[in-house]
Design a protein around this ligand. Structure first.
Ligand SMILES: *Cc1c(COP(=O)(O)O)cnc(C)c1O
Length: 253
């Protein structure tokens, strides 16, 4: 078993190295899941594909990836079009970056879930767009969303304040064309593992409270990235969003 801690994460892997990196990530996740006393099927890997050439994403899909995350709507659209043209393996794609109102339509068109709903206003816009899509036959049921929680309180991060999350979730849950499937967070940007764990705990407790309040569809917890995925898995994450471990440092940010 080769885990990502044995990979050089400072170097951009070649296209041919991407499958090995993806398999090392899978082994890392399997070990973390076991250590946490959880089942492997409880945690999905979402590949953070921002700034990656579609052929590199394609290589990861061929290695077994089934879920992609995009931050930038332009890249989401271009990448999905190229992957479709190249007949890449079937996959699901989520939006994991902040969605500006004028990008919402294309976000809904090219991704199957927006994880970063951070205002009621954006939720209402997505609800309208999905209603339109249903009317024109482009979609059948509700559109999946997650609410982004600013669990660390950092001003530089988007997301709903933890203390406002249940109220806003209650309002979003009333929108007929959206389905809240869970909560997403970035967590504390620090090397202090207790602080990181705390932001994940806050998010998990909110997810549990949301379910108790009757939003039974809210099962997912999208949390954990390359450097804190083990903590996130220990704290109950169901989706880890990983870029660097597979693709190396990003070409530009
Ligand atoms: C880029 C990104 C990730 C992946 O981060 P890595 O440290 O490269 O694994 C996860 N989540 C979000 C929201 C991102 O923007």
């Amino acid at each position: 078993m080769v885990t990502i801690s044995e990979q050089n994460l400072e170097v951009i892997p070649s296209l041919a190295e991407i499958p090995g990196r993806y398999h090392a990530l899978e082994d890392t996740v399997a070990a973390a899941v076991q250590k946490a006393g959880r089942q492997r099927a409880e945690v999905r890997i979402e590949l953070a594909a921002k700034y990656q050439a579609p052929e590199r994403v394609h290589a990861a899909l061929l290695a077994g990836a089934t879920l992609l995350g995009h931050n930038i709507i332009q890249q989401l659209e271009e990448s999905e079009k190229e992957l479709a043209a190249a007949a890449a393996p079937a996959h699901r794609t989520h939006v994991i970056g902040h969605v500006q109102r004028n990008k919402a339509r294309r976000a809904v068109e090219y991704a199957q879930c927006i994880e970063t709903v951070d205002t009621l206003k954006l939720a209402k816009r997505l609800n309208e767009l999905q209603e339109e899509r249903i009317e024109t036959g482009a979609a059948a049921g509700a559109y999946d969303v997650m609410l982004q929680v600013n669990s660390s309180g950092a001003e530089s991060q988007y997301g709903i304040a933890p203390e406002a999350t249940l109220d806003i979730a209650g309002e979003v849950a009333q929108l007929p064309h959206l389905r809240i499937i869970g909560l997403m967070t970035i967590g504390a940007h620090t090397t202090d593992t207790a602080d990181i764990a705390h932001s994940f705990q806050v998010t998990r407790e909110l997810r549990d409270a949301l379910q108790k309040a009757g939003v039974s569809s809210a099962t997912e917890l999208s949390m954990g990235m390359t450097h804190d995925l083990e903590i996130a898995i220990a704290e109950g994450s169901t989706i880890i969003r990983v870029g660097t471990a597979v693709f190396g440092p990003r070409p530009r940010q």
